[in-house]
Ligand binder design. Structure first.
Ligand code: NAP
Length: 254
């Protein structure tokens, strides 16, 4: 068996944006996909799109920062889809502000969704992977992990996820489970639209600025990330672990 065919995947934050593209890409490769989001209604269009094109998917409601909800979501995926071999920790929120204006609530929310969410989902999912001696954990970091104005909370969480990824790689590697992170640059979604608005520009202007600054001369799209996930989620990537793959058009090279 190659790629992700016949595997079961859980994609957090799969109701829109990058997560929706990842869910569709994995389903197109033959995986059965649990599309997890805060509100199950948000996953309906993603699930319908997959099922309409002959794929297999279910929508799952959960807040990734709540242990009981994560456990229930994983249990449901395992019982309805028949196991769990691929976890994509993608759910995310922004609460940007300069440090002196950043509230404790906004710090805590970003830590809870990104860091605690990835911890809880990975901890709950790994049991099924270790039992099966096979698994793939892919976690969404960001170029912001290297530092970004107005994102003290988000940059810290995204850097923390790189540490989590490398530790999972060390602990789970002997059981056939790899763990890798993807660090996207600018990818056009609702999240980057909100960022554009915050800094007083538009998504179109932001896309043009990014295109001028990166070697590949265009902004990123959700499918750019989804294609990278498909590789890391597949059987053939088994000797790649503990890595952070920057999907950013070569940002910083020119
Ligand atoms: P998005 O469009 O805002 O999608 C994020 C999804 O996560 C939403 O569906 C959201 O649900 C869900 N979510 C938020 N909190 C959750 C929680 N507690 N439990 C479960 N689901 C939750 O963002 P995106 O641009 O696709 O980003 C996806 C991931 O890539 C994030 O981790 C982000 O940090 C990372 N990333 C994005 C970019 C970029 O340029 N877009 C760059 C680097 C990294 P609701 O809509 O209901 O809140």
């Amino acid at each position: 068996m190659a790629g992700v065919e016949g595997r079961v995947a859980l994609v957090t934050g799969g109701g829109q944006g990058i997560g929706a593209a990842i869910a569709a890409r994995l389903a197109a490769g033959g995986a059965k996909v649990g599309v997890l989001d805060l509100d199950e209604a948000n996953t309906a269009a993603v699930v319908a799109g997959i099922v309409d094109t002959g794929g297999s998917a279910i929508g799952v409601r959960a807040d990734v920062s709540k242990a009981d909800q994560v456990q229930a979501a994983v249990d449901r995926v395992v019982s309805e889809l028949g196991g769990l071999q691929i976890l994509v920790n993608n759910a995310g929120v922004l609460r940007d502000n300069l440090l002196f204006k950043m509230s404790e609530e906004d710090w805590d929310l970003v830590m809870n969704v990104h860091l605690k969410g990835a911890f809880l989902c990975s901890k709950t999912a790994q049991k099924h992977m270790v039992d099966a001696k096979y698994g793939r954990i892919i976690t969404m970091s960001s170029t912001s992990a290297l530092g970004n104005r107005g994102q003290a909370n988000y940059a810290t969480a995204k850097a923390g996820l790189q540490g989590l990824t490398k530790t999972l790689a060390i602990e789970l590697g002997p059981f056939g489970v790899t763990a890798n992170a993807i660090a996207p640059g600018f990818i056009e979604t609702a999240m980057t639209k909100a960022t554009a608005e915050r800094v007083g520009t538009t998504i179109e202007q932001m896309r043009e600025a990014v295109a001028a600054a990166v070697p590949v001369r265009r902004g990123g799209l959700p499918d750019d990330v989804a294609n990278t996930v498909a590789f890391l989620a597949g059987e053939e990537s088994g000797y790649v672990t503990g890595q952070v793959i920057y999907v950013d058009g070569g940002r910083g090279l020119i």
